[in-house]
Design a protein around this ligand. Sequence first.
Ligand SMILES: Nc1ncnc2c1ncn2[C@@H]1O[C@H](COP(=O)(O)OP(=O)(O)OP(=O)(O)O)[C@@H](O)[C@H]1O
Length: 357
Amino acid sequence: MSNKLIDLIDISKSYGMQTVLDELNLYIRENEFLTLLGPSGCGKTTTLRILGGFETPDKGRVIFDGQDITNFPANKRQLNTVFQKYALFTHMNIADNIAFGLKIKNKSKQYIYDKIKYALKLVNLDGFEKRMPDSLSGGQQQRIAIARAIVNEPKVLLLDEPLGALDLKLRQDMQYELIRLKNELGITFLYVTHDQEEALTMSDTIVVMNQGYIQQIGTPEKIYNEPENAFVADFIGESNIISATMVQDRLVKILGVNFPCVDEGFGQNRPVDVVIRPEDIDLLKPGQGSIDGVVTHMIFKGVHYEMEVMANNYEWLVHSTDMFPVGTEVSIHVDPFDIQIMKKPESEDEEAVNIEE
Ligand SMILES: Nc1ncnc2c1ncn2[C@@H]1O[C@H](COP(=O)(O)OP(=O)(O)OP(=O)(O)O)[C@@H](O)[C@H]1O
């Protein structure tokens, strides 16, 4: 594992009476593609702006490469930011747009020329020097914005929803472009998005945030397959999240039926939440699975069929490549490995224990 490059320590930030970040701690390693993911207003952009030097924290420190840069202005940090709006200068051609920062730094003509060539090649827009921004598509403009950031040779690229304004197809193409860029440049990316698919596709590490707090940090696989709480499970992909009781290690009672699972250490008769992904449910013939039910909805989604199955008073969401028309009687089967057990949020847990007592 590479070294820590950035350390955000006990960062707090309020606007008026509203606490946006409350003692947030987060580190980013060299060459890492780290994504802050969460719903609108959860504090992602504020975190990025504090790191970029556009915002000062009320409390806490920003350490970059071992140095405390909390009070450094944005232009004294080895970071470059790309925002959702491309913010290209419309009266300048592409070459002048890319050269802008370098001219301010009094770089030589040859240096600037070489850098423009290099950056345009990197973002697959060779030969675009003389074009004007308004003759470019949204995706091309965003790539120019990235080229403009890259020529400054930042150690870190901060990207705030850079693909948010693009349509789906273009966004997906750009996601691969960004991964390629990151690998070619070997620099660190801090990426902000509220789009979970985008985060899963591109990141080495995802930080899921909600209301100013970090909910979970992990690889995309870990976050998707082993969400630590109901918020993460619900935010990342579609899920069946069901209140259940841990009977004993490796056995959980879901909707009155015991299911074997692989998790342990939650305690006997402990209330928990279980997460079961729709694609992890097998629909068998009645009597052959754990809970029998009937299909109440079915839609074709292109890559799979999506069904809702009413079983033991719960509407199960199921994805399958097989079609189960409405009215089909089925039985729910889930492999023990696909039942993810999560602690209840502390308040609910205490309530439940009090009730038990
Ligand atoms: N300059 C500001 N003045 C007052 N309130 C602010 C300011 N900047 C952000 N906020 C508030 O702080 C909260 C967090 O904002 P932030 O932009 O960090 O969220 P976000 O997770 O990036 O959301 P989005 O995805 O919508 O951009 C929001 O409620 C926002 O209204």
